[in-house]
Write a protein that binds this ligand. Structure first.
Ligand code: 5GP
Length: 191
């Protein structure tokens, strides 16, 4: 048994939230990290569940105090993972961060540098990405410029995927949950 830091990322619309929620059912050996964000809560979101909602001032004070394992500023808001939470939980169980790739790489680098806990990067890909590739390769109806843009976006996604240990295609939800579970269990049970 190992305590592993799992970092789950993927383009928006890939359904990672749903997958991770399903994965967490009945798992006391896994802890899902709760991030801090400066974005406003959406309808039904409670403080301390999906996020801790904080002000920009508080977030920036915490950055200055070095409290984050990783953070990023995207969609005009800060999002970050507290180092103390992750280190506390890793002492007793595996931890899951559901965060975007840039923050994920920061976190992976820091934890790997400590040399104490293994890090596993998992990318969740939406079926639309594959459909997009198909379209680019097999159809010629778009302008050269449009095709170039699409290719660049796919290339970017794939370049990120290269840096991941696993990728799970979220086409059929049950299949994807099964795959994710198998990856997590295999990694936790490695010698
Ligand atoms: P949303 O605002 O839709 O909840 O999340 C927007 C993006 O922020 C998603 O890609 C989500 O994975 C990412 N995110 C959530 N928490 C964190 C975090 O702590 N750090 C980073 N870097 N990204 C996060």
């Amino acid at each position: 048994m190992r305590n592993v830091l799992f970092i789950v990322s993927g383009p928006s619309g890939a359904g990672k939230g749903t997958l991770v929620k399903a994965l967490m059912q009945g798992r006391r050996d896994l802890w899902l990290s709760v991030s801090l964000t400066t974005r406003a809560p959406r309808r039904g979101e409670k403080h301390g569940e999906a996020y801790y909602f904080v002000t920009k001032e508080e977030f920036e004070q915490r950055i200055a105090r070095g409290e984050f394992l990783e953070y990023n500023n995207h969609f005009e808001n800060y999002y970050g993972t507290l180092l103390s939470d992750v280190m506390r939980e890793l002492q007793t169980r595996s931890v899951i961060l559901e965060i975007e790739p840039m923050g994920g790489f920061q976190a992976a680098e820091k934890i790997r540098a400590m040399g104490k806990y293994p890090v596993v990067l998992i990318m969740i890909t939406p079926p639309s990405l594959h459909a997009l590739e198909e379209r680019i390769n097999h159809r010629g109806k778009e302008s050269a410029e449009q095709m170039r843009e699409r290719r660049e976006r796919v290339a970017f996604e794939l370049a990120q995927a290269d840096r991941y240990d696993y990728s799970v295609l979220n086409d059929d939800l049950d299949t994807a949950i099964g795959e994710l579970r198998a990856i997590i269990d295999k990694e936790i049970n490695k010698e």
